[in-house]
Write a protein that binds this ligand. Structure first.
Ligand code: GLU
Length: 322
């Protein structure tokens, strides 16, 4: 069983997890998006924020990196709020594909149904479901939602957006495949562009933790007190994160860590303990599945040190105390 989660124990465990893994030299930056290959591999930030807004930070927590796939969580939130869970279940799906995040095969064998909103095809289809009369309006809505979760205005990192736009042929192909199966609901190239834009949003590890704390608090940002998503949709988002958040290594993650989480090829990982807290970590070098090596280790360490594994009988026994 972990130590009681007082602010002091959370701070001590955060500092310890950061120290323990900062010299770890495993993994490689994502290189299929050229600009990500150039991010300094030493960068490493770790932040815990409780559902009532208390923060513990260690390392590089206030400089920006690209949100990448973690953006899929917040677009999902917006679409759930706008079109509802049933439409999303029917048109995108809610199950793991068992294949890599950009798999064409998974799409083809399921007649064009992407199965979940966290694989690239599912994320592009999810973007296309946002009711809007133009791509600009669709983007505006997504942007509004990520900013509500973060509690501040986040901006697209232009260099990342340009680099991704120049190299996203595979995602464009996925969009056309969706379109050919009638499982895309806006213009394919516009949907891909909005998706690429959402992946290029810059944020800090601290921002990411605020976004997670908003989910931990049932959809209300603990710093701004603004609602970012309807409370009834938070369990669905966390369920998706539990099933498909760490690409095709999600099962192993749940076996070892036991927390809903979402990672991105920029090196970020966000993990949420419902009702209690969020952990955000950032470090660019990735394992072969596309998950940040240091971020995974640091979150696992915190899960063990603070007794956060949701599948353990003791989880939730010691809520955060002031
Ligand atoms: N923009 C990236 C892509 O579409 C995001 C991938 C990721 O973070 O998993 O490939």
């Amino acid at each position: 069983m972990g130590a009681p989660t007082t602010p002091a124990t959370i701070r001590a465990a955060t500092t310890e997890a950061h120290q323990r893994f900062q010299d770890l030299k495993e993994g490689q930056n994502a290189s299929y998006i050229p600009v990500l290959a150039r991010v300094q591999p030493e960068r490493f930030g770790l932040v815990v924020i409780t559902a009532d807004g208390q923060a513990a930070e260690a390392g590089d927590t206030r400089s920006e990196f690209a949100i990448e796939s973690i953006s899929k969580v917040f677009t999902l939130a917006r679409v759930l709020d706008e079109v509802g869970a049933e439409v999303l279940q029917k048109k995108v799906g809610d199950n793991p594909t068992g294949e890599s995040f950009a798999s064409v095969h998974a799409l083809v064998v399921h007649d064009g149904k992407p199965l979940n909103p966290f694989v690239n095809a599912g994320a592009i289809a999810t973007v296309s479901l946002i009711p809007a009369d133009s791509a600009a309006r669709r983007w505006e809505k997504i942007h509004e939602t990520v900013c509500a979760f973060a509690g501040r205005k986040l901006e697209v990192m232009d260099e990342v957006y340009r680099s991704e736009s120049a190299t996203n042929q595979h995602n464009r192909a996925l969009a056309w495949l969706l379109d050919s199966s009638h499982t895309l609901y806006s213009d394919p190239m516009e949907a891909t562009d909005v998706y690429t834009r959402q992946c290029s949003v810059g944020l800090t590890t601290y921002d990411l933790a605020v976004m997670g704390a908003t989910l931990a608090a049932g959809g209300i940002n603990p710093l701004t007190r603004q609602r970012a998503v309807k409370a009834e949709h938070v369990p669905r988002i966390l369920a998706e994160m539990t099933m498909s958040g760490l690409y095709d290594n999600t099962g192993t993650w749940q076996y070892e860590v036991g927390l809903p989480a979402k990672s991105g090829v920029g090196g970020g990982i966000l993990a949420v303990v419902p009702g209690r807290l969020a952990i955000a970590a950032f470090s660019p070098p990735l394992d072969r599945f596309g998950n940040s090596v240091r971020s995974q280790r640091a979150i696992r360490h915190l899960s063990e040190a603070l007794g956060l594994n949701l599948f353990a009988a003791t989880a939730g026994a010691s809520p955060p105390t002031r």
